[in-house]
Design a protein around this ligand. Sequence first.
Ligand SMILES: O=C(O)CCC(=O)C(=O)O
Length: 250
Amino acid sequence: MEKFVNKSSCINDAKSPRKKIKLESDERSKKEEDEGGEFSHPVPWQKIEAEGLDCDYALLFSKEEAHQLFKQLEEEVVYSTGEEAKVQLFGKVHNIPRKQATYGDAGLTYTYSGVTRLACPWTPTLEYIRDAVTKTTGQTFNFVLVNRYKDGQDHMGEHRDDEKELEPLCPIASVSLGAPRDFIFRHRDARGKQSHRQIKPVKLELAHGSLLLMNSPTNTFWYHSLPVRKKISLPRINLTFRRILLGRKK
Ligand SMILES: O=C(O)CCC(=O)C(=O)O
């Protein structure tokens, strides 16, 4: 399949410098540094399990902090436009029903749906959220895919995050900010006409400020999607932090 290489400009042309309001977690980070703690931000985790599915879910940010982070991301993140905002599926080019951007360590690329995307340099807020996830999980990440859903019409179809450039044992950490949305897992043997097993889908609501960790082998056996929800009128931003195997730098 022919691949597009998306070298989006990564330019943030916000007119005035962003005024960052002090967040609760600024205090938290300072305290952790003073205590020499490593991933020392414990949160109450909820375990979500099914055959071949292993996820952890928690509220990572308070409502107030999540509002602030959402606002900052609205100012900082530059989304792909035009040809760069398209994907290729089964040889056909499609517009995607949401906005997307990719950020990460210098030189990293990530290929999905027939498009190769180059990581823009981390913004301060993305770095801040990445570090909060690391402090809570002990996992490090070098890349983030940002998806912005303007309302409940924007969505994401069923897929697995099983690209070969992802480190297979590193969880994918999904941070949600903005309108709560349903998120549905479906087992690969229970999809479509070929489905030959009765395995119930697993449904979650991803809350404002939440973190969902998709641990191995979830993305081998389960597809996930964010379906249309017509009644939702507010926007949502989702960040999926990933670890791309090194040696794949361009
Ligand atoms: O917006 C979401 O929660 C879904 C994101 C997702 O499925 C992905 O980035 O692979």
